[in-house]
Design a protein around this ligand. Sequence first.
Ligand code: P6P
Length: 341
Amino acid sequence: MAAKISLSRYLVEQQRMEGHIPAELRLLLEVVARASKSISQSVNKGALGDVMGGADSENIQGEMQKKLDIIANEVLIEANEWGGHLAAMASEEMEGIYVVPNRYPQGEYLLLFDPLDGSSNIDVNVSIGTIFSVLKKPEGVGVSEQDFLQPGCKQVAAGYCIFGPQTTLALTVGDGVVMFTLDREQGSFILTEENVRIPDDTQEFAINMSNMRHWDAPIKRYIDECLQGTEGPRGKDFNMRWIASMVADVHRILTRGGIFMYPWDKREPGKPGKLRLMYEANPMSWLIEQAGGAATNGKTRILDLQPTKLHERVSVILGSKNEVERVTAYHSEAVDGAAVV
Ligand code: P6P
């Protein structure tokens, strides 16, 4: 039986053999993984711990926070602030950046995270997760919010930890996607998937269908064609999934393919989309691209988007390459009137 490779061993070997992971980045990733284990323990307590329900507070997004949103955020801050690998952190749950306190050494990395994505699913026991993104701090003295405003193509590491039937960590440092499953008996993440690949084609789409009347024409066209199945222009039947937890939907796509869409819609025309660019769309888009998929906002590659605000939102179309390209082509056809076959 092949030796079990722990996350620590994998990262040490990647640092030693491939040179992909400098020592400070390896430390950062091990700390994030350790924090994810701690969050997983809290999530798994459920009603047996004081972790369910609302926290009677709102986050910067104007959304009611769950107790676990705050717990997860605090775990990530406390785990990462003292190690000397970070200059600052940014979180969906905090309005401004969190600069590492002067009592600790400052490092060269910036860590962004959605500490507990999908938290509306906590009370109904549906998979949720932590999403993280790592950037290098630009040269210069000190650190500011401006330093975080880098396009997703500048990420040096990205991943998520999904808290479901298994606790699984998905990770990329730019050399493909690997997955580690938490061995609760050992308390270690064990390598369970290397070289994750997404099929170019799929027959499974993920979108919140209740928003259909608000969608733009290209999305309506794409979904309508999927729903026509074998009698329609696609000539094949499609299946639909919507977990309302991006981590779970993306994990399914990394596991068996599919397309995930949270597009702009007419409900709030001034908002480009619901999902956040810096700590949801960028890390997930890099994972998807590293696994052979594609990710656009309907018009532009998500990883090329230049952010202007820390909490800005974006329209997200990601997953199996040929399907994402089709939806993106429908958007350009709608603008240019060019024929799309
Ligand atoms: P809706 C969770 O709140 C989240 O940010 C993503 O994880 C998820 O894909 C989306 O929102 C679900 O949104 O409008 O379907 O509840």
